[in-house]
Design a binder for this molecule. Sequence first.
Ligand code: FEO
Length: 393
Amino acid sequence: MKAQEICEGVHWVGAIDWNLRNFHGYSTPRGTSYNAYLITGEKNVLVDTVKHSVYDQLIERIGSVIDPSEIDLIISNHTEMDHSGSLLRLQQMSGAKVIASAKGKEGLAMHFPQLEVEAVDNQGKVDLGSKTLRFIETPMLHWPDSMFTFLEEDGILFSMDGFGQHIASERRFDDEIDGCVLMQEATKYYANILMPFGKKFLSALESVKDLDIRMLACSHGIIWRSGIGAIIDSYTSWAKGEAGMKAVVIYDTMWGSTRTMAEDIAEGIASKGMEVKVIRISNSDRSQVMHEVLDARAVVMGSPTINNCLFPPMADVATYMKGLRPKGKLGAAFGSYGWGGGAVKELRGHMEKAGLKMPLEDLRIRYRPTPEQREDCFDYGQEIGEMMADWSP
Ligand code: FEO
């Protein structure tokens, strides 16, 4: 396995995980990569490592450029194990110095007590001779330890998870792959990893706005070099919570009643000129749902009641959404029940904790919707559609 040079003296030496289909609960139908970068010169520097299970790929690729024992310095931009899983082994083999943010040092000490790590300051620099590294702390993007590293002379921002996508590819750059696929995966990535941290990302963008960035070398997927402006504009829009005239109806069903309600509500929303996506969660997955929620103005969720509780597939997606906090959107809850009817109440609680605004009463129907109740569902959808037109987060 070979390194790929991304500019003179800088190589991609990461690992491709072609068949990964689940990244801690996030579906990855296109696999992923763990990107590490080797800067060679007076000092040899590795920016991040890879997941422990693909250490051999990292070593082979580094070995196609230099002997891995010649690495002088390893930068850990992010403590999560997909990027630091090979750190200890590589450090022990090379004797390299390891640097990270102060929070990174703290986090790495808990994973690797025997590893010595030097903390760098925000905006601190390391002089490599002909090249200079600058460190920019980006706390909570998406862990406390996260930081960007900027290679000043080449204009490369090593942005760890920022701007990443779960794509396994033999190509390295954004102008070498299908732009629709790239944006789809970048959007899904933001929605599932970075959505709770929009304000922090806006601050991070502010702190790099004066840098001459010619490459965004992220830690997963494809490097941005032609579409840097476009992806920064998209991140800015997502971070501000901007949404289109779109509703997502997420539901599950036991015997079809909640499905009927979902479809009638969706028709009502659409009748007001809104775009609608209807997702039955047991035929989809939570990360795909969040991809659709990111730019939606309304999130409508429906669950049947089972043993007076939320239906488990809906509990899963509602819990996941609560963590990702899609703030400021219009929310509404509905569902069918036989006698207890506790699911919708429980669902509302999750949705409110996720930051959704819920001005409408919940819509609950006992057993099967009658023709009149189906009209009520349509009307409920129309009411949601009308509210969406004037909704501001
Ligand atoms: Fe790709 Fe937060 O690790």
